[in-house]
Design a protein around this ligand. Structure first.
Ligand code: ADP
Ligand code: MG
Length: 404
């Protein structure tokens, strides 16, 4: 799975091209390099590039387009559940994910040794699943590897119990060298699953087999999970993965290259300002951009949008018995801040406007205040039922007024 020596060579001759090659799936062995490009356009580019630049490279180089290999891939991905497309080579590294990346790379070099168990946690869409697959892809040729999300583990256990195949179920896990368990937060409240996992965990650890766990929260914050499991998770290395501004910009560039979009500052800023700190969201946005381009709406639609935003502001302000204009000013009073956050959140969820544009309507110079407001409201909705009812009450009445 290493793209090492081929990529090293490209890097030594062309720093820009290596950035593009890193986006492709590269399989390299002793005498052959297989390059899988995401589309025909890249395939043609890669062939043309290599035929002029890659002279005297000792290995045979084959370029194929991913679509051509889809069928084979789908058949293949059943046993270890690993997806080829997630590799270390196409994982963009920056300050907020560097540690997680490096530790995973080390695990992929020396499984069962230094970092065992390894526990990675962080919000959704930050590359946790990607890293799990990258470890597996690097190791699968030499080790018995299994990637499994907790829900699938649980379902397959329940099925095994029903069909009297528990021993077979356990054996499958006991025989592994590397267990990659995703979305461990779903252990919450699943007692039987916890008992089975504990058993497997103890066995694999005793034999120094590698376990990597991924969750959206720290082990300590996994409520309703047995203490003995939590303390096992805590006994290894625990790493948080995040996303900072610099890494976000690098990722945007990678995704723009991948979709063949221009890499100019305006496009990068446009994506940056209209997406949150979530790589999945960035990918979705860039894909849409590829299809629809950067659009400026006609004047009439802009006006229409303004009216809708005003309606949202009026409705929320009325609910809070506030003057709507206050929501657009920089008032620090708690009640006003609260109402402003809810109104911003509703502009995002109901109208799906870019963060930067919502900011403009509220007299904010940049988009971060809107992003913060949306995050804050989402968080409170999860924690406070009454608050959630209030927000959904506003939402329903606004949707009704807008005829949505
Ligand atoms: P998580 O498991 O943390 O919710 P995923 O691993 O599923 O997130 O990542 C979501 C998407 O974003 C995937 O398509 C993944 O390839 C991509 N992604 C996440 N982090 C990075 C990164 N650092 N570089 C490149 N792609 C990334
Ligand atoms: Mg995931």
């Amino acid at each position: 799975m290493e793209g090492g020596s081929f990529l090293n060579l490209i890097e030594s001759i062309d720093k820009f091209a290596v950035g593009i090659f890193r986006q492709f799936l590269i399989r390299e062995d002793a005498d052959k390099v297989l390059i899988l490009t995401p589309n025909e356009e890249y395939k043609r580019w890669a062939i043309a590039y290599l035929s002029t630049r890659l002279k005297g490279f000792g290995k045979k180089v084959v370029v194929e387009c991913e679509g051509e290999r889809k069928e084979q891939k789908e058949i293949k991905s059943t046993k270890d559940n690993l997806l080829d497309k997630y590799t270390f080579e196409n994982f963009v590294v920056g300050p907020s994910n560097e540690l997680a990346y490096k530790v995973c790379l080390e695990v992929a070099k020396n499984p069962g040794k230094l970092f065992n168990p390894l526990f990675i946690y962080g919000r959704s869409g930050l590359g946790k699943t990607h890293l799990l697959h990258a470890i597996g892809n690097q190791l699968k040729a030499r080790y018995r590897v299994l990637y499994i999300p907790l829900m699938d583990f649980s379902d397959s256990m329940v099925k095994a119990f029903k069909e009297n195949r528990v021993e077979e179920f356990r054996e499958k896990f006991f025989n592994l060298d590397v267990l990659l368990l995703d979305d461990v937060q779903f252990l919450v409240g699943k007692e039987r699953t916890q008992i089975e996992l504990f058993r497997i965990y103890e066995k694999l650890q005793a034999e120094e087999k590698q376990i990597v766990l991924v969750s959206d929260r720290h082990p300590r914050d996994l409520k309703d999970v047995s203490e003995r499991l939590i303390s096992r998770f805590e006994s290894g290395l625990i790493i948080e993965i995040g996303l900072d501004e610099e890494t976000k910009r690098r990722i945007i560039k990678q995704k723009l290259i991948l979709y063949g979009l221009p890499l100019d500052q305006e496009t990068i800023d446009y994506v940056f300002e209209n997406t949150g700190y979530n790589v999945r969201e960035i990918e979705g946005f860039v894909k849409t951009l590829k299809v629809s381009g950067i659009k400026r709406l006609p004047k009439s639609e802009e006006l229409d949008k303004e009216k809708k935003v005003q309606l949202i502001i009026n409705t929320v302000a009325k609910g809070f018995k506030l003057n709507p204009e206050l929501l657009k000013k920089d008032t620090k009073e708690r009640k006003v801040i609260n109402a402003r956050h809810i109104a911003m959140f509703l502009c995002k969820t109901i109208l799906n406007l870019p963060y930067s544009q919502i900011g403009e309507f509220f007299g904010k110079k940049d988009h971060t205040a809107v992003m913060y407001a949306v995050k804050k409201v989402e968080q409170r909705c999860r924690e406070d039922r009454k608050f959630m009812y209030m927000v959904s009450f506003f939402e329903k009445s606004i949707r009704k007024s807008l005829g949505l």
